[in-house]
Design a protein around this ligand. Structure first.
Ligand code: PMP
Length: 418
């Protein structure tokens, strides 16, 4: 029975039961059309209304600037997951970078001038966990590792494990801003349980918020783009949301001609990942899974109604709840240092993915812990296969009651170890 379990998996993750109940109805008959939501055209008036509603709800929750000017942002729905965006950000920002070189030197200046300048191009990556590492590796695969600058690498010496964010004084961003195409970070590292307390600085800042989207206010204006898969805090697997600044879309920022890119040995990305194409078509360039957009809209609607205080940003109410649940759980873990060790350092602990070890990583004790949890209906607590240990994912749909039940189990388990 659904009501008997609490799921702490890292993604896909729980969805609010009332949303799923409503979803099961609209799958059969949407708005008395006699057709289910996965059956109707993505270009129908119904689909358009769903799209507009979800975009509007997201704008309200995060206070996303509107308008067509360079200060406004577009909300795009894409497919290909967070991983697809690892590639999209590279294709897009490199194209803008090359266009700026062409504007400076003129395309008639000969290939060598452009070629020389292109050699200096750098993509700055802050590597604070497995996902930002993966994103940096994808960038290196696409444009060559000589163009990738690792601003910081949080892997600790011998262990090679993540768990901290190096002090900014130790970072090495590319010396000249002129050479920087983008600065990339992952706001919340799902596997390693490391979360940025606040956004870092850097030119053309891009954030992966796959695992902490809609869990706290975001200073959108500091970013040129923010993206994340929907399957953790927002909805079902199948859509990726990107919040993209107009300042990097063609109305305000020219893109390089594909011929120029090819001449410089740079490849041109697939059209389904192309932000300008998706933006121009209001996310309807190709078939959009509108059911997934509907689910996301319903989840957002709930967050809005839970925040009766109309003060912006409306996500603040959910943020308070996320903090409360995370503090409760970390509080219990910290109270039993002989049994539990939280993996990341205290100042960068994730509110969304709580990673810890039992008795310093004692495999038998961790197995017993997981079995005991499962018997109580506390599921999905096994750490990522690459790091082991325990991971409790505390996404929005994990109720306070679920967090309390887990806290109680943590207490009981610890007292038995004494
Ligand atoms: N970034 C982060 C922070 C993630 O947690 C994940 C998935 N767990 C991804 C990117 C990759 O997302 P996807 O599986 O949707 O490609």
């Amino acid at each position: 029975e659904r009501s008997e379990v609490h799921y702490f998996g890292a993604g896909p993750a729980p969805l609010p039961t009332p949303v799923l109940q409503k979803a099961s109805k609209v799958l059969l008959n949407y708005n008395n059309t006699g057709l289910g939501l996965t059956e109707i055209s993505h270009r129908s008036p119904e689909a358009n209304a769903i799209l507009a509603h979800t975009q509007d709800a997201l704008r309200q929750l995060l206070d996303i600037p509107t308008g067509d000017g360079p200060d406004g942002y577009q909300i795009l729905f894409l497919q290909g997951g967070g991983s697809g965006e690892f590639s999209a950000v590279v294709y897009h920002m490199v194209s803008i970078f090359i266009a700026s070189l062409v504007a400076k030197h003129g395309s008639g200046s000969g290939e060598s001038a452009l070629e020389q300048e292109k050699r200096k191009m750098r993509l700055d990556y802050l590597v604070t966990g497995s996902w930002s590492l993966k994103a940096s590796q994808e960038a290196a695969r696409l444009i060559g590792k000589e163009h990738i600058n690792i601003v910081c690498d949080a892997r600790k010496g011998e262990s090679g494990k993540f768990g901290s964010i190096p002090a900014q004084t130790s970072w090495s961003p590319t010396a000249s801003d002129e050479d920087v195409a983008l600065t990339y970070y992952c706001d919340n590292e799902t596997v390693d349980g490391v979360e940025f307390p606040s956004p870092p600085s850097g030119k053309n800042l891009i954030a992966d918020m796959s695992s902490n989207f809609l869990s706290r206010p975001v200073d959108v204006k500091r970013h040129v783009a923010i993206f994340g898969g929907a399957q953790k805090n927002i909805g079902t697997t199948g859509i990726t949301i990107a919040i993209v600044s107009n300042s990097i879309l063609p109305v305000h920022a020219p893109m390089a001609d594909s011929e120029v890119l090819r001449k410089l040995g740079l490849s041109v990305g697939p059209v389904v990942l192309d932000w300008p194409t998706i933006a121009k078509n209001n996310s309807l360039y190709n078939t959009l899974p509108i059911f997934d957009v509907w689910i996301a809209g319903q989840v957002m609607e709930r967050l809005l109604t839970q925040a009766p205080d109309l003060k912006s940003p409306r996500i603040a109410t959910q943020a308070a709840e996320s903090n409360k649940k995370a503090s409760l759980l970390y509080g219990v873990l910290d109270a039993h240092p002989n049994v539990y060790t939280v993996v990341p350092e205290k100042d960068v602990r994730s509110r969304m993915n709580l990673c810890f070890r039992i008795k310093g990583g004692d495999a038998e004790a961790e197995k017993v812990f997981l079995e005991g949890a499962e018997a109580l209906g506390l599921l999905g607590l096994k750490g990522h296969r690459s790091v082991g240990g325990i991971r409790a994912s505390n996404y929005n749909a994990v109720s306070v009651q679920a967090a309390e039940k887990l806290a109680k189990y943590l207490e009981e388990f610890a007292s038995k170890q004494a």
